[in-house]
Design a protein around this ligand. Structure first.
Ligand code: GRF
Length: 211
């Protein structure tokens, strides 16, 4: 049975969508960098080991990442899923987990990396927005794209309305991609995404029709 670890920082709704998807693997730990993350309680309620490593207790980013990496490695995961994990990771950490480290980002990358993605999309006036699942590399939100889901930006949208529309797609997309990895179909080879059986684009991009 494959093993996976989920990293969170807050609410944990993407974590819940992964845990509830019946993935072909065992979630062996949920780790938050914030002790008060609401997602820790919902992971524990599902019988999953949930713990916090408070980044504020560490003198440097390197020290925190070393502690986080050691904790993750102690669970010997095949896959590490960043799910609303709001810390920038050091190059050393990212390289250590390369090929088994995924992130979901709430924009159609490479548009709108970083934070406040929905505000960025509204300010830019784009008509399509969405989410991206990618392999994590040292470039912030810049790793190879595996799959994307698009939603329309509608007249009258504010940040909250747009975020909610994107979140529905996040909850569908991330478990789908995690399943590919756990099934052994998804790999990062020489910096490129390889998905056995179908192309990444044909398999995952879906844009709802706009009326
Ligand atoms: C999600 O939109 C995620 O993509 C972003 O932050 C949000 C976290 O939500 N990075 P949750 O903690 O998964 O509910």
């Amino acid at each position: 049975m494959k093993r996976y670890v989920i990293l969170i920082s807050g609410r944990g709704s993407n974590m819940e969508s992964l845990l509830d998807a019946g993935l072909p693997g065992e979630c062996v730990a949920v780790i938050s960098n914030k002790p008060d993350a609401a997602g820790l309680a919902s992971a524990a309620a599902r019988g999953i080991q949930a713990l916090a490593i408070d980044h504020k207790q560490f003198a440097s980013r390197e020290d925190f990442d070393a502690a986080l990496a050691a904790e993750i490695e102690s669970h010997a995961p095949d896959l590490v899923l960043l799910a609303g994990f709001m810390r920038i990771l050091t190059d050393g950490f990212v390289r250590r987990f390369e090929g088994r480290l995924l992130n979901i980002h709430p924009s159609l990358l490479p548009l709108f990396p970083g934070v406040k993605t929905h505000a960025q999309a509204l300010a830019a006036g784009v008509r399509l927005h969405g989410c991206t699942v990618h392999f994590v590399t040292p470039a912030l939100d810049g790793g190879p794209i595996i799959a994307q889901a698009a939603v329309p930006v509608l007249a009258g949208d504010d940040e909250a309305a747009l975020a909610a529309r994107v979140l529905v797609e996040e909850h569908a997309l991330y478990p789908r991609v995690a399943r590919w990895h756990l099934d052994g179909r998804l790999r990062l080879i020489d910096g490129r995404v390889r998905l056995a059986g179908e192309t990444a684009v044909r398999g995952a991009l879906h844009a709802p029709a706009i009326g």
